[in-house]
Design a binder for this molecule. Structure first.
Ligand SMILES: Cc1ncc(COP(=O)(O)O)c(C=O)c1O
Length: 421
């Protein structure tokens, strides 16, 4: 990496990293660099892209809106794109009496959810502040979001500055009564304000996939303590797990949902925290101080809202759902075949997410093999960016079967090289 340049890149050890690809354009699942080389964006550019790059329908919606209203303060003012999108999201989330609280990225959607839960109890004069989360969860980059996340390697420098949370292990299976008992005791013995979790897939923690039944059972246990249930669907929303929300695969509705990443189809930063009427009612008062005081400069940006509306309309086309089913079928088949041929890889999938663990000497996020794996796939025109030794695919949802098979062919070749080593 040329250290004389003006940019300090995120999640990058600047001293040892390779030069970033200079991307000049994108189309469909491909991104093109300044040498004219195309790469398949197999991880949807940090999990945001849904309909492919530079999708013309979304691009048109944004450009038309930009000539009408680009941005306006969202306190004391509102606008049609935000109202329309809020109605659409309540419909898609099946929360007809809920409310949509806008912000502009996943971490802030989580901050708002946690604040909503804590202030809900504060406003009712029965304060609760304890937050329950899964071990190994990831919820974002800001201090509140870091506090409710796993506090291992990535956040080690800040551990002393974070507020305390109670971490519970994910039960091994729906019959793991020992762990469910443990959760039950923790929930009953503490005034828990909220349980926040990544539903079905722990993304940044290494694409750890767990059963919907485990989540359903845990929620029903925690709910008995009166805690607010928060599903962090920042990564899982917009069909990543096969359904619009991951929590569409369970019967119990969370009280609060956090959505971001795929919300605008991958075009602009926008996020929402959706809550049910019970939470909203807890903030209504003649006293101004019971309001929720959280807003960002670009909250509910109109361009982001029209991008999200266009993206939602695209997800409702039959061809979108057909392709989604195709992706799910291929990932399921590939996962089963790897489980048989290479059990060591711990192949797994959930909807449109597929992952394997590459056996390395130094496992985990800081695996030194990251650079080699990254390079191997770049040379073969696939942009993968593994999470340490976890190699995963989370493609734009318009990827064709041929493109998906191309990626798997390269993964197959790669596996053969390491198994033979
Ligand atoms: C589950 C989850 N929550 C929150 C975040 C934070 O989102 P953002 O990067 O948009 O702040 C992420 C990001 O990866 C995430 O995966």
């Amino acid at each position: 990496m040329d250290l004389t340049g003006p940019i300090w890149y995120p999640y990058t050890q600047m001293q040892t990293a390779r030069e970033p690809l200079k991307i000049v354009s994108g189309e469909g699942v491909y991104i093109k660099d300044d040498q004219g080389v195309d790469y398949i964006d197999a991880i949807s550019s940090w999990w945001v892209n849904i309909h492919g790059h530079a999708n013309p329908v979304i691009a048109k919606a944004i450009s038309e809106q930009a000539l009408i209203l680009e941005q306006v303060i969202f306190a004391g003012c509102t606008h049609e794109p935000a109202i329309k999108l809020a109605n659409e999201l309540l419909r898609k989330c099946n929360m007809p009496n809920g409310k949509v609280y806008y912000s502009d990225n996943g971490s802030t959607a989580v901050e708002i959810a946690v604040k909503m839960a804590i202030q809900y109890f504060y406003n009712s004069d029965k304060p609760r502040t304890k937050i329950l989360t899964w071990e190994n969860d990831f919820h974002g980059e800001t201090f509140g979001a870091m506090s409710v996340s796993d506090q291992g390697g990535l956040n080690a420098a800040f551990t002393d500055l974070m507020f305390e949370t109670i971490k519970i292990p994910i039960p091994k299976n729906p019959d793991d009564e020992e762990t469910f008992d443990k959760i039950s005791k923790i929930a009953a013995g503490n005034d828990i304000a909220a349980f926040i979790f990544e539903p079905l897939v722990q993304g940044a923690g290494g694409m750890v996939i767990y059963d919907a039944e485990i989540l359903e059972k845990t929620i029903s246990i925690v709910k008995k303590s009166g805690a607010i249930i928060i599903a962090d669907e920042v990564m899982t929303c917009f069909y990543r797990t096969g359904t619009f929300l991951a929590t569409d695969q369970i019967n119990t509705k969370p009280d609060i949902l956090c959505l971001a990443k795929g919300l605008t189809g991958g075009f602009l930063p926008l996020s929402v925290t959706v809550c049910n009427d019970m939470i909203f009612q807890g903030f209504l008062s003649q006293e101004k101080k019971k309001a929720l005081f959280h807003g960002h400069s670009y909250t509910a940006n109109p361009l982001g809202c029209v991008a999200a509306l266009a993206s939602i309309s695209l997800t409702e086309e039959p061809s979108f759902i057909e392709n989604l089913e195709k992706i799910k079928t291929i990932l399921r088949a590939k996962s089963l075949s790897y489980q048989t041929s290479y059990p060591i890889l711990n192949a797994r999938y959930c909807g449109t997410i597929f992952a394997i663990d590459i056996p390395t000497k130094d496992e985990g996020y800081f695996s030194t093999q990251f650079n080699e794996i990254n390079e191997y796939f770049l040379e073969r025109n696939v942009f993968l960016r593994p999470l340490g030794n976890v190699l995963y695919i989370m493609p734009p949802l318009v990827i064709s079967s041929e493109e998906l098979h191309y990626i798997f062919q390269k993964i197959d070749d790669f596996i053969k090289t390491i198994i033979e080593m």
